[in-house]
Design a protein around this ligand. Structure first.
Ligand code: GLN
Length: 484
């Protein structure tokens, strides 16, 4: 049969496999051909192991023949290069990790593997997940499948481009300050950042440990629900993971939003946001109201401080986390060194890119004695205020609707030399990480230049079912109105 792999979502792939109309081997074959044809222009993947993926696919086909009904049996997934998959490289798109091969599976990978998934390749990203455009990768710039001279967003730009460009049925990303939601928005796919603690971080290379979460990037909200259901849950190996039952997210989805109260934070609808983004998000809000939701204006008064707070806390944590990359245990080691101190210095100077160095320096500064209280401690206090803003509005609202980003995707090279401008683009995504709540990005429009625009749905901590319900009903209504 001829498979239209570039349009296939996860749910449809599951149905094809379960119905016996194609095998996992055929599916993976089709996907590998698509990647070969398309990825030289997109650069969504850093590496693809065709033989290993076909082997996993054949094993899945055998398991099905012997009666296995695992939920993701034979489904190919793409994995961001920051998540460990046993036997695969894990470079975090950094030269310092060149040559490193993971000796173990991250907990999410183990869970997905037990559910039958096949791991096809490693997707490109900003080095150590630091960035918003995937231009900080040491191994090439990923392009936006909707317009190849535009960035795909970041840092999970490779995963977003793979899904949106038909080179993956679904992918995994990580989100520390928007890295799942923002690239999903720029490329026109769905991205979900789970609440902090919902998904295990064991095996996710740490950037900022109090903010990082792994989440699904998919073609539909239903697919994100299906993946999260498998990925979520308590893990003894991650002390920040919560011991709380995982709801059957797929069964929480419906066609309307009756009985739901959705808040519009006035601080997210302000001058400075591109008018096409503002209009698309407002139209999506209108659609949610037609679906039966009650819409109320609310306020998150500390929003203005979120970007500054984030860039202090994230860099402080990064400076500590990245200290382990010194040439001793992982990847690259400088040659011709005279003593250990010389080796650490030279290895790090050679191995880290400019943005990573900038963050390590900034993070070390905000933690240094004499400045710690003025920056780091103060940022932690503001973080609490931001969290309390959300707690207060969620006493009354089931979810919030906002833009994901102030603008659609920009041109490659446009902001790369102006880090501050790039950081400001994270204004609508970082508050969710600081507060530990969950967030979803779902396509809601296209700019006059043909660039996707995303709607952000924010939900209370551990209420992923709320945001999935809103996103799914909205996505169905949008598809119906396009078809009608
Ligand atoms: N763009 C943000 C940053 O550069 C977020 C990155 C992320 O979520 N990993 O820090």
């Amino acid at each position: 049969m001829s498979l239209e792999i570039e349009n296939l979502d996860l749910q449809a792939a599951v149905e094809l496999l379960e119905g016996g109309s194609c095998s996992s081997e055929e599916l993976v074959h089709a996907l590998l051909s698509r990647i070969t044809a398309r990825d030289s222009s997109l650069c969504a993947y850093l590496s693809v192991d065709g033989d290993a993926s076909l082997r996993q696919a054949r094993d899945a086909d055998k398991a099905r023949a012997s009666g296995s009904t695992a939920p993701l049996l034979g489904i190919p997934l793409a994995v961001k290069d920051v998540i460990n998959v046993s036997g695969d490289s894990c470079h975090c798109a950094s030269k310092i990790l060149e040559g490193y091969v993971s000796p173990y599976d991250a907990t999410v990978i183990g869970r997905l593997r037990d559910a039958g998934a096949v791991f096809v390749g490693r997707t490109n990203m900003d080095e150590f997940a630091m960035g918003s455009s995937t231009e900080n990768s040491a191994f090439g710039v990923t392009r936006n499948p909707c317009s190849i001279d535009h960035v795909p967003g970041g840092s999970s730009g490779g995963s977003a481009a793979a899904v949106a460009g038909g080179e993956a049925v679904a992918a995994l990303g990580s989100d520390t300050g928007g890295s799942i939601r923002q690239p999903a928005s720029f490329c026109g796919c769905v991205g979900l950042k789970p609440s902090y603690g919902r998904v295990s971080r064991y095996g996710l290379t740490a950037f900022a440990s109090s903010l990082d979460q792994i989440g699904p990037m998919t073609r539909t909200v239903r697919d994100a629900a299906a993946l999260l259901e498998v990925m979520a849950g308590h893990d003894e190996r991650d002390s920040s993971s919560i011991n709380m039952a995982v709801p059957g997210y797929s069964s929480c989805l419906g066609e309307d939003l009756r009985g739901m109260k959705l808040g519009l934070p006035k601080e997210y609808f302000v001058a400075g946001t591109d008018s096409e983004v503002d209009n698309a998000v407002r139209a999506a809000v209108e659609e949610c109201s037609k679906l039966g939701a009650e819409i109320v204006e609310i306020s998150l008064p500390h929003t203005d401080y979120a970007v500054a707070t984030y860039y202090i806390i994230a860099t402080a944590e990064a400076s500590a986390n990245l200290a382990r990359f010194d040439g001793v245990r992982y990847g690259h080691r400088a040659e011709g060194v005279i003593n250990p101190i010389d080796m650490y210095g030279k290895t790090r100077a050679q191995g880290f890119g400019a943005e990573v160095k900038r963050r390590i320096i900034l993070g070390t500064y905000v933690l240094s004695s004499g400045y710690h209280d003025a920056y780091y401690l103060r940022a932690q206090k503001v973080r609490t205020l931001i969290r309390q803003d959300f707690e207060k509005v969620f006493e009354d609202c089931d979810a919030l609707l906002t833009p994901v980003t102030p603008t659609p995707a920009y041109r490659i090279g446009e902001k790369v030399d102006d880090p501050l401008r790039m950081y400001l683009g994270d204004v609508f995504t970082v508050p969710a990480n600081l507060a530990g709540i969950c967030g979803l990005s779902v396509p809601c429009g296209v700019s006059s230049d043909g660039l996707p625009i995303g709607l952000q749905v924010l939900g209370p901590a551990f209420k992923e079912e709320n945001i999935l319900r809103v996103g799914h009903a909205y996505e169905l209504a949008r598809a119906n109105s396009k078809n009608g």
